[in-house]
Design a binder for this molecule. Structure first.
Ligand SMILES: Nc1ncnc2c1ncn2[C@@H]1O[C@H](COP(=O)(O)OP(=O)(O)OP(=O)(O)O)[C@@H](O)[C@H]1O
Ligand SMILES: [Mg+2]
Length: 343
C-alpha cells in the first residue's frame, strides 16, 4: 500500500435493508447499515465477521443486485468504469448493468460450487457462458478461449470433457472461479469461496485467486469468516459487525495492531502454532439486525463498555494511515460526552 492506487469502487453511506411485510407489520433487517468503502485497483480486499453480520448482503449491494426484499435504502455506489470519471451504478438501466456484469465486475456467490449445471459437460457450460456474454463465436473459438484459460490457471486439460459430479469439491470451486474470471473483469467478488473445503484444498483455491489477481492486475473483494484465509491472501481487511464496517486496515495493521475489541476477539480466537491454551471465541451472541441495541452495536458484548457506548454510535478515528476504527475507546469519549451534553 505504498504506491498511490486508483479507486475502482466506492460506496458512500450505503444502506441496504431487507424490508419484510408480515401480517400488516413491517420488519426491517439492517444488513448493510451505513457502509463507506473505498476499494483500489489491483488489491485483494477481505471482509470478515461472524455469521449473519451482513457480509453476503454487502457483496450483493456492491454488485448492485437488489432483489426484494433487499432494498437500497440510501447512499451511493460508484464504479470507475472509465478512468476519467466514476459512475453511480444505481442509476443504470438493466441492460447497461447486464453489460457490466462478468466483464467489469463478476460475482462468485456463496455456495456457488454446487451451481454448475449437473447435466452439462463443462465445455457446454463454458459455451453457454461465453455465448451469452460475447455473442456469436464459433465453437472452435469458444473452446480455444476455454482451453487457454484452463491452461493459464493450471487446471487439468481434460476437465472440459467432464461433468460437475466427476470433479472434487475443490476442483468445482476452481472451475466456478475460472468462469467468473474468464472475461478478465476488473473486479471479482467472492463470497466464502474456500469455506466447506479442507485446508489443503483451500490452499489451492487461494493460490488460484492470487494467480488471477497477479495475471490480470485486477481487484478481488473476498468474504470469508476465516481469519486464517484473510491472513494468507488479503492486502487490506474490513471487519464487519452488525451491518457496519467497525475497523479497516492493512492485513499487517489488523493482525499486528487490532484496535476494536471485536477485532481483537476474532484474532485471539485463531489457533496459534504450539500454543496449548484454550482459544476463546467472542462472548455472547450477535444482535438481531432487526432490533439493534442503541449506541455501539457491540456494546452488549464488549469487555470495555463505557456509558457513551450505550448511547452513541462511535465515529471513525484514524490510528494510522489506512487504519480506521469505530470505537469510543479510540475516539476521545470525554470530548464526545461533553458535546452530547448540550441541551
Ligand atoms: N432474503 C432475506 N430476507 C430477510 N432477511 C435476510 C435475507 N437474507 C439474509 N437476511 C438476513 O440479513 C442478515 C445478514 O445476512 P447475510 O447473509 O448478509 O450474513 P452473512 O454475514 O453473509 O452470514 P454468513 O456468514 O452466515 O454467510 C441476517 O440477519 C440474515 O438473516
Ligand atoms: Mg454469507
Amino acid at each position: 500500500m505504498t504506491e498511490k492506487k486508483q479507486i475502482i469502487l466506492r460506496t458512500e453511506q450505503l444502506k441496504a435493508f431487507y424490508i419484510l411485510e408480515m401480517h400488516g407489520t413491517q420488519k426491517i433487517v439492517k444488513a448493510v447499515n451505513d457502509v463507506d468503502l473505498t476499494i483500489y485497483e489491483n488489491e485483494i480486499y477481505g471482509i470478515a465477521g461472524e455469521s449473519g453480520c451482513g457480509k453476503s448482503t454487502l457483496l450483493k449491494a456492491l454488485f448492485n443486485d437488489f432483489v426484494p426484499p433487499l432494498r437500497l435504502v440510501s447512499g451511493k455506489l460508484y464504479y470507475r468504469i472509465d478512468w476519467e470519471k466514476e459512475i453511480d451504478v444505481t442509476t443504470l438501466s438493466p441492460e447497461e448493468l447486464r453489460q457490466l456484469r462478468m466483464e467489469y465486475i463478476s460475482y462468485i456467490p456463496q455456495g456457488s460450487m454446487s451451481a454448475l449445471n449437473p447435466v452439462l459437460k463443462l465445455k457446454e457450460t463454458y459455451k453457454d457462458f461465453i455465448g451469452s456474454h460475447l455473442g456469436d463465436q464459433s465453437r472452435e473459438e469458444i473452446f480455444e478461449l476455454a482451453y487457454k484459460q484452463i491452461q493459464t490457471l493450471g487446471l487439468p486439460k481434460n476437465i472440459l470433457d467432464l461433468y460437475p459430479h466427476q470433479l472434487s469439491g475443490g476442483m468445482r470451486q476452481r472451475v466456478t472461479i475460472a468462469l467468473a474470471s474468464l472475461l478478465k473483469p476488473r473486479i471479482m467478488i467472492g463470497d466464502e469461496p474456500t469455506t466447506a473445503l479442507d485446508v489443503v484444498v483451500q490452499r489451492g483455491v487461494i493460490q488460484m485467486l492470487k494467480t488471477i489477481q497477479e495475471n490480470f492486475k485486477n481487484t478481488i473483494i473476498l468474504v470469508t469468516h476465516d481469519m486464517g484465509v484473510h491472513a494468507n491472501i488479503a492486502d487490506r481487511i474490513g471487519i464487519m459487525y452488525a451491518g457496519k464496517i467497525v475497523e479497516e486496515g492493512t492485513t499487517e495493521q489488523i493482525f499486528g495492531d487490532p484496535r476494536h475489541p471485536y477485532t481483537q476477539f476474532l484474532i485471539n480466537s485463531l489457533p496459534k502454532f504450539g500454543d496449548k491454551n484454550v482459544r476463546h471465541s467472542v462472548p455472547g451472541s450477535p444482535p438481531s439486525l432487526a432490533d439493534l441495541p442503541t449506541g455501539c452495536p457491540f456494546h452488549p458484548r464488549c469487555p470495555h463498555v463505557m456509558e457513551i457506548c450505550t448511547q452513541q454510535v462511535p465515529e471513525f478515528s484514524y490510528p494510522d494511515e489506512h487504519h480506521k476504527v469505530a470505537c469510543w475507546l479510540h475516539s476521545a469519549p470525554q470530548a464526545a460526552i461533553g458535546e452530547g451534553k448540550h441541551e
